[in-house]
Write a protein that binds this ligand. Structure first.
Ligand SMILES: Cc1cc2nc3c(=O)[nH]c(=O)nc-3n(C[C@H](O)[C@H](O)[C@H](O)COP(=O)(O)OP(=O)(O)OC[C@H]3O[C@@H](n4cnc5c(N)ncnc54)[C@H](O)[C@@H]3O)c2cc1C
Length: 370
């Protein structure tokens, strides 16, 4: 008897890396994406491979982050080798201006073995007039998100994942309490197991199936200032604003947090606000032009803890979503955990904190902003 494929819904970083894990384990995989692969939140992201202010997060987020951070160098190397597209993993380090949360940060760093130092910031980033106390996290790395998306998209195709773009998943079919397939652009497609990795759009898809996860769109706008290569080396964080310098001299400025539904338009107000923050961090950025502004929709969730697991009542229907501000950094370990659960394998990470029926999982409560 022919077995039906495993199906992934959504072609962002979470869906792509989940599909990759399943395909690498030898399974037939189909991926359905309503638009084009890797063009939503995962494309828009700054690519910082750490939560901002990581000590503010619950352990459930830190554990996924630590496992992913350890996996990233090899992942990027493998993707570059398989596709020729380098995601530009780079341990540029992150400076946090101000040491107001130093005691919390130090306690957290000690617990998780993370390098973190109180530092005279002028020594880390000379020549820009930065001074005063701060925290220097030299091991924090970054990737270039659009490149990661391109490499991951090419990699899954290379692994023979059958990719369908412009394919809107409208719902699921089931036989009693077991999923049997899904409805895509009005057609029924058979599946042995399905995983929803639909980012900010996950709730509308799942709530009809008794799973009203509190995952909502949270718009983030960013802009880029084009400087010269080497102009600034470390990533710099001040309050809620940050700079991410790329190899080619592009400096990303992030990011806003806007609860405005599914709209992705950019605004003049955000442009001015981000530019002002960038100039306050590094005044000499004012000599360079803003070349681009964009927005993406983060899949927000309470405390930023993603939902990874099986539907409590519909067997074979899985979810991997709600990564909020940290989907890039959390993706490799989330994908691994999700694939282990789908394949009925033991996982290195305890899945309990990410379960879909955890206390906040069934409610309609709003997201806690981090
Ligand atoms: C401005 C900004 C900066 C960020 N910076 C960082 C950062 O520095 N570090 C970090 O770790 N994270 C960052 N993030 C967060 C990160 O981008 C997200 O957490 C992550 O991209 C979520 O990945 P995803 O695959 O779940 O969602 P997405 O990338 O949005 O992918 C979901 C996909 O599902 C598809 N889809 C939805 N519904 C359906 C359907 N019914 N049928 C078929 N397809 C469907 C969508 O079209 C989309 O392509 C940032 C986000 C923003 C907006």
């Amino acid at each position: 008897m022919r077995t039906h494929p495993l199906v992934v819904v959504g072609g962002g970083v979470i869906g792509l890396l989940t599909a990759r894990e399943l395909a690498m384990a030898g399974h037939e995989v189909r991926l359905f994406e309503q638009g084009v692969l890797g063009r939503e939140a995962s494309w828009a992201a700054g690519g910082i491979l750490s939560p901002l202010h990581p000590w503010r997060y619950p352990d459930a987020v830190t554990r996924l982050a630590q496992a992913s951070i350890a996996a990233y160098p090899t992942l990027c190397q493998d993707l570059a080798q398989a596709t020729g597209v380098d995601p530009e993993w780079m341990p540029s380090g992150l400076m946090r201006l101000g040491d107001d949360e130093a005691p919390e940060a130090k306690r957290w760093a000690g617990r998780f073995g993370v390098a973190l130092e109180p530092w005279d910031l002028a020594e880390v980033c000379p020549g820009h007039g930065i001074d005063g106390p701060g925290l220097w996290m030299p091991a924090i790395a970054q990737v270039r998100s659009p490149r990661l998306m391109r490499a991951a998209s090419m990699a899954v195709r290379g692994l023979k994942v059958m990719v369908h773009e412009q394919a809107v998943v409208e719902g699921f079919t089931r036989d009693r309490e077991r999923v049997t397939g899904l409805v895509v652009n009005g057609e029924t497609v058979a599946a042995s197991r399905v995983i929803v990795c639909a980012g900010a759009w996950s709730r509308p898809l799942l709530e009809r199936y008794g799973l009203p996860l509190p995952v909502r769109p949270m718009k983030g706008q960013m802009l880029v200032i084009q400087t010269r290569p080497g102009f600034v080396k470390p990533m710099i964080l001040k309050g809620t604003r940050y700079l991410v310098p790329r190899r080619d001299g592009a400096v990303l400025v992030g990011s806003t947090m806007e609860n405005t539904g599914f709209t992705k338009e950019t605004t003049e107000e955000a442009r001015e606000d981000l530019l002002k923050a960038a100039h306050a961090i590094l005044p000499d950025l004012a000599a360079y032009p803003v070349t681009h502004q964009w927005a993406g929709l983060r899949p927000s969730s309470p405390e930023g803890i993603p939902y990874i697991g099986e539907h409590p009542e519909i067997r074979g229907l899985f979810v991997n979503t709600g990564h909020f501000r940290n989907g890039i950094v959390l993706a490799p370990a989330s994908a691994r955990l999700a694939a282990d659960l789908m394949l009925g394998q033991d996982s290195v990470l305890d899945p309990a904190p990410y379960g879909l029926d955890r206390p906040s999982g069934g409610g309609s409560g709003g997201a806690v902003l981090i």
